[in-house]
Structures are given as C-alpha cells and as structure tokens.
Design a binder for this molecule. Structure first.
Ligand SMILES: Cc1cc2nc3c(=O)[nH]c(=O)nc-3n(C[C@H](O)[C@H](O)[C@H](O)COP(=O)(O)OP(=O)(O)OC[C@H]3O[C@@H](n4cnc5c(N)ncnc54)[C@H](O)[C@@H]3O)c2cc1C
Length: 505
C-alpha cells in the first residue's frame, strides 16, 4: 500500500484516443453483452485442462473407491458452478469413473459476526447454484449444520467414493476440513482445490510473505501457467438413481438464527448473474477511472465486486480475464486493478494461511508490536465505546459518514476503510481493542466481511502488516498515520460528509 499511495494521482486523467474509443464502445453495447460473451468463451474452452497443482490430497487414499455410487463436491468458499476449478475437477473424476455427481453445501446456523445481510446474499446465490446444478443433472443438497456432523453421514448414505472441496485459509473452514477428514472413511479420497486464487495459495509461496513486493514477482512468474480459461462444467451424463431433497428456500431463510436487524442492501444483486452484470458496468463505465480516481471516495471508479468475489459467486480469475480482454487499451487502469485483485488479494490469503494470528496483534511484525507497546499508555484525547462507534457518534463527521456508508450500504469505500480503521486505533484504549472492534464492525456490516482481505485490511491499518515503519508519533508509534487534514488534501471531504449526513446509521 505504501507504493500505491506514493503513485496516487490526484485528478482523473483526460481520456486518450484509445480510451475514448473503448468508453464509446461500452456505451454502444447492449446490457447483458458480457454474460453472452462469457458463455460463448466457455463453450469454446472445452479443451482447457485442469492443472493438478491446483489440488492437494488431504487423505492418504488417492483413488476413487471402486464400486461406489457417486463423487461429491463439498462447496464452501466458492459458491458458483461455472469458473470453479473444484467443481471442474469433481466432474472430471466422476466422468473418469462414470459416476453421478453431487454438490452439497453445509449451512451453519451462525458464522462469526455475520448477520442476515450476508446470509441472505449467500443463500440467494446458492439458490442460483442449485438451479444450475439441476439443469446440468448434478444433484444439489443443502445440508443443515456443522460439516463434521453432517458430511460423514451424507457420504455414507449416498455411497460417495471421492470428496472434493475448495480452499479457505481461515481458521473455521480449516477446522471443518480437518474434522471432516478425520470422520471420512479411510478409503475415500479427500481432495482440496484452491478455486479462489488465480495462483493456488500453496504454489504462490510456501511461506509467510513480508509485503506485496515479496510476493508480486512470484505470482507474476506463475501467471502464464495459471491464468488460463476455464473448461465449462457441462451436463453430467451419469444420472443419479436417487434425487436430492428439494430445498425450500423460503423456509431456510425464515429459519435462520442470525441477527436480522442488519438487513439486505438493494444495490447488490446476489448470484453470479448479478456479479457479471456489475463486472460489465465496471468494464463499460468505471475501469477507465480506476488508475486515477480509485482513492477518491466521491468518484464512482471502483469495481464494487468484492461481495461477489468474497462469497465465491464470481471467480477472481474470470474477473481478471475479462478486464484484461475488454480493457486492453486502458493499460494503466488494468495494471492498477490487477495489483488489487491479484497481488493484494492473494497476499491476504498468504497472510492468513501462514499466520495463525491473522486477526490479532500477536500476528503483527516485531517492530509493530514493539512500537504499539511503547505507545500503549499514551493519552487518548477521545475514547469511544464500540456502541458509540457503531452508531457513528464521534466528533469526526468524515468518520461518521464512512461508518454510515458501511451500515447503510454494506460496503465502505476502500480509501475510507483505511482511515476508518486507523481512527479506531486512535480512539480506543488499546490496539487489541481496536483490532477487535474494527473486525467486529467490518464482519457485521460489510457484505464482503469475514474475508482474509478484511483481516489483513484491519491488521494493515492498525498493526502495520505488509507496511513499513514511519515517523514515530503519539499512539500510533511507527504505524502509518492518517488524518482529516490529509483527506481534505486528497478529495472533497465535505461532499462525502454531506452524502451521508442525516442518514441514520
Ligand atoms: C480496514 C479494512 C477492511 C477491509 N475489509 C475488507 C473485507 O472485509 N473484504 C474485502 O474483500 N476487502 C476488504 N478490504 C480491502 C479493500 O478495501 C476492499 O477489497 C475493496 O474496498 C473492495 O471494493 P471493490 O471490490 O470495489 O474494490 P476494487 O478497488 O475495485 O478492487 C477489486 C478487488 O480487488 C481486491 N482488493 C482491492 N483492494 C484490496 C486490498 N487492499 N487488499 C486485498 N484485496 C483487495 C478485492 O477482491 C476487490 O474486490 C479492507 C481494507 C481495509 C483497509
């Protein structure tokens, strides 16, 4: 982020000839063009191969159990049918063995600080997944409860001879995978595919990377091998003799035990179709502004894709392929976007995978721990409780506006997220408390919350993760400081404040 901020240009660049052409083309195209193009590209990609480096065996067994009834993809992080390497591989296994293919999702009654907002987004996306599976003769099952309690029985009941799952570097999903592994029959192979990252996390690096500069080259070098097209998941030729229980989605929604006081947002349509529509509008309208305006919270320059990427409803690899394909002439913007979507995002997975303390101060580098400790007793001119912060009741109208944006829209502008978390450090009694509160608010209100990017974002802001030491100052020590005056120099603070003033958080 240090390099990124240095490279920041203040004003939008005038469009060059080629950019004008591209923007004009965007205006000419009919809504829905990207969906059609992507479907066509997939149809022409049947020859694309699955790269075995995308998977790792979690079991000793490596061959599908002979005489079994089916292959299963246990879908967790990557909630989509197409552009999903885990499902591509599960179908390949089932085809090799001439077996039916099943997909299941384990719905846990609550997940960290997620609320109805994130659950509704996820379930509506899963509804689309279920429909697509049915159209492809793949059985979709929604299981209710912790994976280690529901999956082993399911595997036995459906005579599953091989289980494929996707990958998340986070604590709970890793625990689920570990526990399921212990409960599965020893002759059933259990295979994990990194379907979220372009370069599989374990291939990008085998260690905790220090910063973007230490992982960038490694990822870039591997792109020719991994940034490929996806073969389509096709109609499955081996039909299951038994069909999955039909899901009553309304019942599932009404039976959720999560906090319903945080409701859905209107701007983000759940599911892959909604994600592709957002990607299309980014390519047509906002991509050209990305290089110059992405740090201006008043400008409409961001992709807005994080809710779909986080929930796996959209593949980051697909996003990158399309942005590169259709934004060819917008070199600078495509390069900046690639830095965020590829390098920063995959760096977050690296951090969480190789650092058990990814969401607390013990995970900080030694220099940051020391400097925060040295300033632990510094007087705090303002101290706010979690409730005051949650209700946007600080003296700082810019911060309040950002918090309101998060609560009302389920997504805070990326630049404001940094300022927001840093102020929480300044206004709470310890860095530990600041990390906890920022993660709590982010996971509770953000549609893209509970994500490695979120943990790293909070840890970057408060504990200097992936950053460097700066001039020492009160409370922050050597951790990078941001203030109101700095924001005023960068963008029209008043405009942002007015946009959210009067709106209740
Ligand atoms: C305190 C704090 C909390 C954050 N919480 C989250 C979170 O919960 N979930 C989340 O996905 N991101 C989080 N981020 C990272 C970043 O702010 C968001 O990814 C971005 O604002 C999402 O909006 P967008 O999709 O319009 O981004 P764009 O700028 O259009 O970027 C495209 C994609 O690149 C990735 N990306 C962008 N910025 C970063 C970054 N700094 N680090 C890693 N990946 C990035 C995301 O996948 C994003 O969707 C957080 C950052 C901070 C400082």
């Amino acid at each position: 982020m240090a390099e990124r901020k240095r490279n920041l240009k203040r004003k939008g660049e005038p469009l060059k000839g080629a950019e004008k052409l591209s923007a004009a083309r965007g205006a000419e195209r009919e809504a829905g063009w990207l969906q059609e193009k992507v479907a066509e590209i997939r149809r022409n990609s049947t020859e694309c191969k699955f790269n075995m480096k995308r998977l790792r065996f979690l079991s000793d067994a490596q061959k599908v159990r002979q005489g079994c009834g089916a292959v299963l993809y246990w879908m967790a992080r990557d909630q989509r049918v197409q552009d999903n390497w885990a499902l591509v591989y599960a179908q390949q296994l089932a085809l090799e063995e001439k077996l039916p293919l099943h997909v299941c999702f384990c719905l846990v009654p609550r997940y960290l600080d997620s609320t109805y907002r994130q659950y509704a987004f996820m379930l509506k996306g899963l509804q689309e997944v279920a429909k697509e599976c049915t159209s492809l003769d793949i059985q979709f099952h929604l299981l209710s409860g912790e994976p280690e309690l529901t999956l082993p029985g399911f595997v036995k009941h459906w005579d599953i001879g091989g289980v494929v799952t996707d990958f998340s570097p986070l604590r709970l999903p890793l625990q689920w995978t570990e526990r399921v592994k212990k409960e599965l029959p020893p002759d059933v192979p259990f295979i994990q595919v990194d379907a979220h990252n372009v370069v599989p996390c374990w291939e990008a690096s085998n260690k905790l990377e220090y910063a973007a500069r230490t992982i960038r080259g490694k990822i870039t070098k591997l792109l020719p091998e991994f940034l490929t097209e996806f073969p389509p998941v096709e109609a499955h030729p081996h039909t299951s003799t038994k069909t999955a229980k039909k899901v009553n989605w309304e019942e599932v929604m009404s039976s959720l035990e999560v906090d319903r006081s945080v409701g859905e947002v209107v701007w983000a349509q759940p599911g892959m179709a909604g994600g592709v529509a957002m990607l299309e509008s980014f390519i047509d309208k906002r991509l050209r502004l990305f290089a110059t305006e992405r740090n201006n919270p008043n400008a409409d320059a961001l992709s807005q894709l994080s809710p779909w990427i986080h929930s796996g409803q959209l593949s980051a690899q697909r996003v990158l392929l399309e942005v590169q394909r259709w934004g060819k002439r917008l070199t600078e913007s495509v390069a900046s976007f690639k830095e965020e979507l590829l390098v920063r995002r995959e760096l977050s997975d690296n951090f969480c995978f190789y650092n058990d303390n990814y969401d607390n101060i013990n995970g900080a580098y030694d220099w940051a721990k020391k400097t925060l400790q040295d300033h632990a007793k510094d007087s705090r001119p303002y101290l706010y409780t979690r409730e005051q912060l949650e209700h946007a009741e600080t003296y700082d109208q810019l911060w309040n506006a950002a918090q309101r944006q998060l609560v009302l829209e389920g997504k805070m502008h990326g630049f404001m997220r940094m300022y927001w978390a840093k102020k929480i450090l300044e206004w709470t009694s310890s860095p530990e408390e600041a990390v906890n509160i920022s993660i709590y608010l982010n996971d509770r209100y953000a549609l893209d919350g509970c994500d490695p990017n979120g943990y790293v974002g909070c840890m970057w802001s408060i504990c200097g993760i992936h950053d460097q030491g700066w001039a020492e100052r009160h409370i922050f020590g050597k951790v990078r400081y941001m203030n109101y005056a700095g924001c005023k120099r960068k963008f029209d603070v008043g405009q942002f404040e007015r946009r959210y003033t009067g709106k209740k958080a």
